[in-house]
Design a protein around this ligand. Structure first.
Ligand SMILES: Cc1cc2nc3c(=O)[nH]c(=O)nc-3n(C[C@H](O)[C@H](O)[C@H](O)COP(=O)(O)O)c2cc1C
Length: 340
């Protein structure tokens, strides 16, 4: 269902309200542009994070292998999907572990939901299992309160999340990051999250893959009228990705911009707003389904488009680029000046 077109939000992530200022006759060649970046003390060849999406079924092992081949080839970061399935059935661990085999030197990020943590299921031993399964460089905790509310069995104990995250951070041997999956983060939540000691935040903004819509599809299939109705009502709830970057960029955490990025120009716009990395989900998943060559080619195109965006802006490095403000219009300009 998550790959269905109907899983993409009808809401706008905001890229059309961000205009990069061209340097009409740049005095550098595109080949001079250096996209190397550093994320949590790890050197990347381009500021890209293949979002955590899959694992947990023997059939998806080859998709994770294709994504990891792309991450390895291009020297970017990658996440796996929720590892909960492998905690329940350890025989599913290879569908995640394949990522480390195909990308032995890459920055690989584990993944588990906040609800697992709130339910007390992630003690020190389990934490170790999650990390060891893929020799993870970091662990992402996904949150999406709206998705939980749409689920019939969904229950979320609001309020305890910050304390639980602080405890997890203290117990974890690797950096912990927190990611939304389609509703974005606001400034004050991000500031509170920063106090827990997390190492980075992935905005997971509105305008791309929406787990509210995916839950709505599940509800429709299960003839759960309440869930289907809630998903429809709140289909475009959340902070558009571009706006969420602006909201969280000054809380002192590295920002990953994910949600509705499907080419390198959109990625460059996210970087120009203050993101350190851009996360790409659906676009990479679709390529990976076709195989490793397609995944390598798609990621290569995206990175090329980022390089061209910097070159056309007259910037040789990402730090030159981040000093060159884009022009904001419409909704994104309003978010940039919102009273908070
Ligand atoms: C098929 C699929 C499965 C996903 N599974 C997870 C998951 O298990 N954990 C998670 O944190 N995010 C998951 N995501 C969300 C992605 O990491 C990403 O945040 C989201 O797809 C937004 O990016 P996009 O608009 O480029 O697709 C999944 C996305 C897709 C498309």
């Amino acid at each position: 269902m998550a790959m269905d077109d109907a899983a993409v939000s009808a809401g706008d992530p905001g890229w059309s309200d961000v205009t990069l200022v061209p340097a009409t006759l740049p005095d550098i060649g595109i080949e001079d542009v250096d996209l190397s970046s550093n994320f949590l003390n790890f050197a990347l060849r381009a500021p890209v994070f293949i979002s955590g999406m899959t694992g947990g079924h023997p059939d998806v092992e080859k998709i994770n292998a294709a994504l990891a081949t792309a991450a390895h080839t291009h020297g970017v970061a990658m996440g796996v999907g929720s590892q909960r399935a492998a905690l329940v059935d350890p025989e599913l661990a290879p569908s995640y572990a394949v990522v480390r085999q195909k990308a032995p030197d890459a920055f690989i990020c584990g993944n588990i939901g906040i609800s697992q943590i709130l339910e007390g299921k992630i003690g020190t031993d389990v934490l170790r299992k999650l990390i060891d399964m893929i020799e993870a460089n970091a662990l992402a905790i996904h949150v999406n309160v709206l998705q939980e509310l749409v689920q019939p069995e969904g229950k979320i104990e609001l309020g305890r999340a910050f304390e639980a995250l602080a405890n997890l951070v203290a117990a974890s041997p690797v950096p912990v990051m927190v990611k939304e999956t389609g509703c974005g983060f606001d400034h004050s939540t991000a500031a509170r999250l920063a106090e827990t000691g997390i190492a980075a935040i992935d905005v997971g903004g509105m305008g791309g893959t929406s787990f509210t819509l995916i839950e709505g599809m599940r509800a429709n299939t299960a003839q759960d009228r309440r869930g289907a109705r809630l998903a429809q009502t709140f289909a475009t709830w959340g902070i558009p990705t571009a706006c969420s970057i602006l909201d969280v960029r000054d809380v002192g955490l590295p920002v990953i911009a994910t949600g509705g990025i499907s080419n390198g120009l959109q990625a460059a716009k996210a970087l120009s707003l203050g993101a350190q990395l851009v996360g790409i989900g659906r676009k990479m998943l679709t390529a990976a389904v076709a195989g490793p060559d397609a995944a390598v080619a798609e990621l290569g195109l995206i990175i090329d488009e980022i390089r061209i965006s910097l070159g056309l802006s007259g910037c040789r490095t990402l730090s030159d680029f981040s000093a060159r403000s884009p022009v904001l219009s419409g909704k994104v300009a309003l978010w940039a000046t919102r009273n908070r």
